[in-house]
Design a protein around this ligand. Structure first.
Ligand code: SAM
Length: 291
């Protein structure tokens, strides 16, 4: 299983306002949301983005089921406006982004997203040069502290950064397992949650520039959406959700968007039981107001 899509029914209810419209799935991943939307709305078409070559392979494998209704763009969604104009698309009826990493990315030990990986990488797009290994082995302890604190809200950021710095004197830190061991030596193993969770989240966000990508997408969205077009963002941690909430609020204030989710949509108990990844998912949606 590549990835179990989060709240597909709620996403489709928020996103689709035009039954023969053109939509963008900014985060194709395993194609679960795309496939669900195509099946539910037989006359829509989708342009799918993903910067991960595994997602592209997944698209190619399933292309025959999509009946020419999906165009795939192997690019970062931060380039959405330019990438769409390259294929002569200037307006769309909806934009969906299911932010973060896929289960496949977490489960594949060669990608270095998980605690027990034998590499230290974390790049969604392997065309980018900066890996977690380079950051961990070359950044100053002050810069590491800032990253762990800013993107992970890790309260022991400074102590962990110092421990990494000291450990580096004995040789290169090559794997996620080694990094996890250093973090555990500082934080201990007191809670049910892995003590390395916040540092790993921070590194992943920093390596993939996740917050600035989202910011750029949110900035371009009003220019790309048709009147009554919709934007739906699924976020998984408070830094992203706050950014989405503020952007939507500001655009609603400026009469560019109408808020569709006055209250954020979260997964029900049953949905979390069936798909634990949906536990922290938050859906926010807006509709572009007539120009
Ligand atoms: C949570 S998964 C999406 C799962 C998908 N909705 C599904 O139902 O299978 C997120 C995907 O977005 C991709 N991704 C994350 N940030 C991206 C970005 N800035 N540009 C393009 N793709 C991105 C990741 O590579 C990953 O495959």
């Amino acid at each position: 299983m590549y990835h179990v899509s989060v709240m597909p029914l709620e996403v489709s209810n928020c996103l689709v306002n035009k039954l023969d419209g053109l939509y963008v799935d900014c985060t194709f991943g395993g194609g679960g949301h795309t496939a669900y939307l195509l099946e539910k709305f037989p006359n829509i078409k989708i342009i799918a983005f993903d910067c991960d070559e595994d997602a592209y392979k997944q698209f190619v494998e399933n292309k025959k089921y999509f009946n020419n209704r999906v165009t795939f763009i192997s690019d970062n969604f931060k380039n959405i406006k330019q990438a769409l104009s390259n294929i002569n698309v200037y307006k769309v009826d909806g934009i969906l982004a299911d932010i973060g990493a896929s289960s496949k990315q977490f489960d594949d030990l060669t990608r270095g997203f998980s605690f027990n990986a034998n590499v230290l990488d974390m790049r969604m797009d392997i065309r980018n040069p900066l890996t977690a290994k380079e950051i961990i082995n070359t950044y100053s302890s002050k810069d590491l502290t800032d990253i762990f604190y800013k993107y992970g809200q890790e309260y022991m950021a400074r102590q962990i950064a110092n421990a990494i710095y000291v450990r580096r004197q004995r040789g290169i830190i090559n794997t996620a397992v080694e990094l996890q061991d250093i973090i555990c030596s500082v934080k201990g193993q007191s809670s049910r949650i892995n003590p390395a969770t916040k540092v790993f989240q921070a590194l992943r966000i920093f390596v993939n520039k996740e917050l600035s990508n989202l910011e750029l997408l949110l900035l371009q969205a009003p220019e790309i959406l048709n009147s009554q077009g919709r934007i739906v963002i699924i976020s998984f941690h408070s830094l992203e959700d706050r950014m989405v909430k503020l952007n939507f609020k500001q655009n609603a204030h400026n009469k560019i968007y109408k808020l569709l989710t006055k209250k954020v949509i979260t997964a029900t108990y049953e949905q979390v039981k069936a798909n634990p990844r949906s536990r922290s998912a938050k859906i926010r949606a807006c509709e572009k107001i007539n120009a």
